[in-house]
Design a protein around this ligand. Structure first.
Ligand code: NOJ
Length: 454
C-alpha cells in the first residue's frame, strides 16, 4: 500500500475521526437504477442523450445499469453487511414527475419510499440528492436549465421530494456538481443535453445558482430538523510555472472550477474579477437575484478526485487557460486519466473551510476507477484501496488541522454507468458483472468495511 504522500504513517482508524463523523457511500439514480421506462417513468435528458450514436463510450446507456430499481434490497443488505451506515442516492425526476411538473407518479414515489424504509430498517441513514443531472427531456425541450422557468419546475420537484420523503429523510443535498452539469452539458456538449456555447451555459449557470438556494429554502420550510447541503466538484489548481500568465490562468480556472457556485450562495456574487466573461450573466439577472442566490446551507458537500495543472493558452476563448493533461505528465493516473494526488483533498477542504459562511463540510464523493481484474472470483484492487487510504488520511490531516469536516462518502458503492464514459471506468467497492448483475465485493470493499466497523 502506498503511503507516498503521507508523512503520518500511523494506521488509519475511523475512530480517530470522532463519534459523529459519518461514513457512507454515494450513488446517483441514472447511474444505478435502470428500469428507465418502467412503472410510469418518462425519459430524462440522459435517456435521450445516451440513445444517440457517438455520445457515450461504445454507445452504452443506463437503461439497465445496475438494476438497482429491482435489486435495491439486495444492495442495501450488502451495504449493511459492509458496516455502511449512510447511503447517498438521488431521486429520478422523471420517475416521480413524468411530465416534469404536474401529476405525481405514485409508483415512482412508492419506489423511493421502499428504498428509504428499507434503509431505515437496516439502520442505514438515507442522504438524498434532489438533482443529480437527469432533467426531464420534456423540460429540456423547452430550454432546460437555460430557461428561467426552471425555477418554477425545480421548485415543484423539490417540493414533491420534501413533502413525500421529508418525514424520514433529514439529510439533503439540493444539486450535484452544478459546474459539471452546466459546463459539460451546456457549454462543452459532452454530457446531456449536449448543448454548446455561452448562450446556453451562462443562463444555465445563473438558474442553477438560483435553484440551489431556492431548493434550500423549500427544504427548510417543509422538512423539520433538516440538515441541508448542496455539493460542489472541486480540484486543487496549480499553475504550471511561476510565470505570471500561468498564475493568472490558474486563478481563472480556480474561479470557474471551485468558486462559481459556492460564492453566490454566500452572498459574494460571481467571481467576475477573475473571469470577466461572467459579467455577461447580468443579462439574465433580475433585481432580486443577488439576494435570492443566497442560502445558509448547513453543510457543503465537497467532491474531490484529483488536482489540475493549468497553463496559459492563447487559443482557449474567454479563459485563456488550459489544463495540462495528467497523461502528459508521467504521473499515476486512474481509468479517467485523472492524476492520483491525495493532498488535493486536504487543500480543497482547507480552502472551503476558510469561507466564513461555510458551517460544515461533508466529503460527499471521493473514489477512483481502476482496471479491476477478477482472479478466481476475487478482485484484489490494491490501487483503489491505496487511493482511498491515502485520500482519507488527507481528510484526517485536514480535520486535525481544524477543518470542520464531518463526513466521508466513497464514490461509489457498485460499479455503475459513468456518464459519457459508459461502463468502462469502474469506481465501485463492489464489482458488477453487467451481463449477470452479479455483485462481488472487491478487496477495497472489505477494507472499507473494516475501516468503518464500529
Ligand atoms: C461526479 C459525479 O457526481 C458522479 O456522478 C460521477 O460518477 C463521479 N463524480 C465520478 O466521475
Amino acid at each position: 500500500m502506498s503511503l507516498a504522500n503521507n508523512k503520518d504513517t500511523s494506521p488509519l482508524k475511523s475512530k480517530d475521526f470522532g463519534e459523529n463523523f459519518v461514513w457512507g457511500v454515494s450513488t446517483a439514480a441514472y447511474q444505478i437504477e435502470g428500469s428507465h421506462n418502467k412503472n410510469g417513468k418518462s425519459a430524462s435528458i440522459w435517456d435521450i442523450f445516451s440513445s444517440k450514436k457517438g455520445n457515450i463510450y461504445q454507445d452504452q446507456n443506463g437503461t439497465i445499469a445496475c438494476d438497482f430499481y429491482k435489486k435495491y434490497k439486495e444492495d442495501i443488505l450488502l451495504m449493511k453487511s459492509m458496516n455502511i451506515t449512510n447511503f447517498r442516492f438521488s431521486i429520478s425526476w422523471t420517475r416521480v414527475l413524468p411530465n416534469g411538473v404536474g401529476e405525481v407518479n405514485k409508483e415512482g414515489i412508492a419506489f423511493y419510499n421502499n428504498v428509504i424504509d428499507f434503509c431505515l430498517e437496516c439502520n442505514i441513514t438515507p442522504w438524498v440528492t434532489i438533482y443529480h443531472w437527469d432533467l426531464p427531456q420534456i423540460l429540456e425541450d423547452k430550454g432546460g436549465w437555460a430557461n428561467r422557468e426552471i425555477l418554477e419546475w425545480f421548485s415543484e420537484f423539490a417540493t414533491v421530494c420534501a413533502t413525500n420523503f421529508g418525514d424520514r429523510v433529514k439529510n439533503w443535498m439540493v444539486l450535484n456538481e452544478p459546474m459539471v452539469f452546466t459546463g459539460a452539458g451546456y457549454f462543452l456538449g459532452v454530457h446531456a443535453p449536449g448543448k454548446k456555447g455561452l448562450k446556453h451555459f451562462l443562463p444555465a449557470v445563473h438558474h442553477a445558482v438560483l435553484c440551489q438556494a431556492k431548493g434550500g429554502r423549500i427544504l427548510r420550510k417543509l422538512v423539520p430538523n433538516a440538515n441541508i447541503g448542496t455539493t460542489f466538484s472541486c480540484s486543487q489548481i496549480t499553475p504550471r510555472s511561476s510565470k505570471k500568465k500561468d498564475i493568472i490562468a490558474a486563478k481563472k480556472a480556480d474561479a470557474m472550477l471551485n468558486r462559481l457556485f459556492l460564492e453566490p450562495s454566500l452572498g459574494m456574487g460571481y467571481p467576475t474579477e477573475d473571469v470577466s466573461v461572467l459579467e455577461k450573466i447580468e443579462k439574465y439577472f433580475k433585481p432580486e437575484d443577488k439576494e435570492d442566490s443566497v442560502f445558509e446551507f448547513d453543510f457543503i458537500g465537497v467532491q474531490n478526485y484529483t488536482r489540475e495543472i493549468v497553463k496559459h493558452s492563447h487559443f482557449v476563448p474567454y479563459l485563456k487557460a488550459k489544463i495540462v493533461k495528467a497523461t502528459k505528465r508521467k504521473v499515476k493516473i486512474t481509468q479517467m486519466d485523472w492524476e492520483v494526488y491525495p493532498p488535493s483533498i486536504s487543500k480543497m477542504l482547507t480552502k472551503f473551510d476558510a469561507y466564513s459562511g461555510v458551517k460544515n463540510i461533508i466529503v460527499t464523493e471521493n473514489g477512483a476507477a481502476f482496471n479491476d481484474v477478477m482472479v478466481n472470483g476475487e478482485i484484489n484492487d490494491e490501487d483503489r484501496t491505496a487511493y482511498l487510504h491515502d485520500y482519507i488520511k488527507e481528510v484526517k490531516k485536514a480535520k486535525e488541522q481544524g477543518v470542520n469536516v464531518n463526513g466521508y462518502f466513497v464514490w461509489t458503492f457498485t460499479d455503475n454507468f459513468e456518464w459519457a464514459e459508459g461502463y468502462f471506468p469502474r469506481f465501485g467497492l463492489v464489482h458488477v458483472d453487467f451481463s449477470t448483475q452479479k455483485r462481488t465485493m472487491k478487496k477495497s470493499g472489505h477494507w472499507y468495511a473494516k475501516l468503518i466497523e464500529l
